[in-house]
Design a protein around this ligand. Structure first.
Ligand code: PMP
Length: 286
């Protein structure tokens, strides 16, 4: 395994960053999770654009161009010789002193890890999963814009613990005003009366790349789709529910807080989207 750090490659054992890196000290940094399908990096440009926008929003100036970043990712993938895998791309504020002040940090660090992906069992896609509503709220979007994919995941971590303690894989989080935002590592969508609905980002949701792909697919398939405000009522009374994320792809949800969604089986529109998404992956990776 070869891990890229600031233009050089290291083995897993030797890939280390300073304990003075503000990414470690303060969660001061941004990241992306990206898939490789059949040797092709999926939607690399979109991920890099989101990374640079996240960095820009927190005043990190990534020291290489977006084209150089894409090249670094592709080179690291090639060096690791993996056909179906996961890429973790991280940019930290870099090494500074122990104070919060980011201006003490000389230069952001870039890390690229290519590793095997832990896929969910097929059964989950066929039967759907159960989720809960977490009591941990999403960080208010006027405190930390949810479009910034930052290294601050503590509230997601707490919500994930709630999910696990309830025997679930995922938990949906509400925002400060009680609207549905997203899950700990996935966006959430519902289908009601044939329309797909998903929380708009200002309700506390990351602008998910998989969600974007689903919205585009829905348009192609002629399924109405809206980014809107959703409450727990909307979730509980939905005909279908599904999660989207780089790791999960499109995952049907069949119960929330012990309440069955629709008939408790993955919905027809969800299944159509899953099939179309697989076709898109096959087409993109040639
Ligand atoms: N929300 C959160 C909090 C996430 O961490 C992720 C995964 N990156 C997503 C949503 C899904 O986004 P994407 O489809 O871009 O992976």
């Amino acid at each position: 395994m070869k891990i890229y750090i600031d233009g050089r490659y290291y083995s897993k054992e030797d890939a280390k960053i300073s304990v003075y890196d503000h990414g470690l000290l303060y969660g001061d940094g941004v990241f992306e999770g990206i898939r490789i399908y059949h040797g092709t990096v999926f939607r690399l440009r979109e991920h890099c654009e989101r990374l640079y926008r996240s960095a820009n929003a927190i005043l990190i100036r990534i020291p290489i161009t977006i084209e150089e970043m894409e090249r670094a990712v592709i080179d690291t993938v090639a060096l690791n010789n993996k056909k179906n895998a996961y890429i973790r791309l991280i940019v930290t504020r870099g090494v500074g002193n122990l104070g919060v002040n980011p201006l003490t940090c000389e230069k952001p660090s870039i890390i690229i890890i290519v590793d095997d992906i832990q896929l969910y069992p097929e059964e989950y896609y066929a039967k759907g999963i159960n989720i809960i509503t977490a009591s941990t709220r999403r960080i208010a979007s006027d405190s930390l814009d949810p479009r910034i994919k930052s290294l601050n995941y503590l509230n997601n971590v707490l919500a994930k613990i709630e999910a696990i303690q309830s025997g679930c894989l995922e938990a949906v989080m509400l925002n400060q005003n009680g609207y549905i935002s997203e899950c700990t590592g996935d966006n959430i969508s519902i289908v009601t009366d044939g329309t797909i609905m998903t929380p708009a980002s200002h309700y506390g949701a990351l602008n998910g790349i998989t969600k974007g792909a689903v919205i585009a697919l829905a348009e192609k398939l002629g399924i109405p789709c809206r980014e809107t405000a959703l409450t727990q009522y909307d979730l509980y009374t939905a005909d279908e529910c599904f999660l989207t994320g780089t790791g999960a792809e499109i995952m049907p949800v069949v119960s929330i807080d012990g309440r069955l969604i629709g008939n408790g089986m993955p919905g027809e529109i969800t299944k159509r989207l899953i099939a179309s998404f697989s076709e898109e992956i096959a087409a993109q990776s040639g």
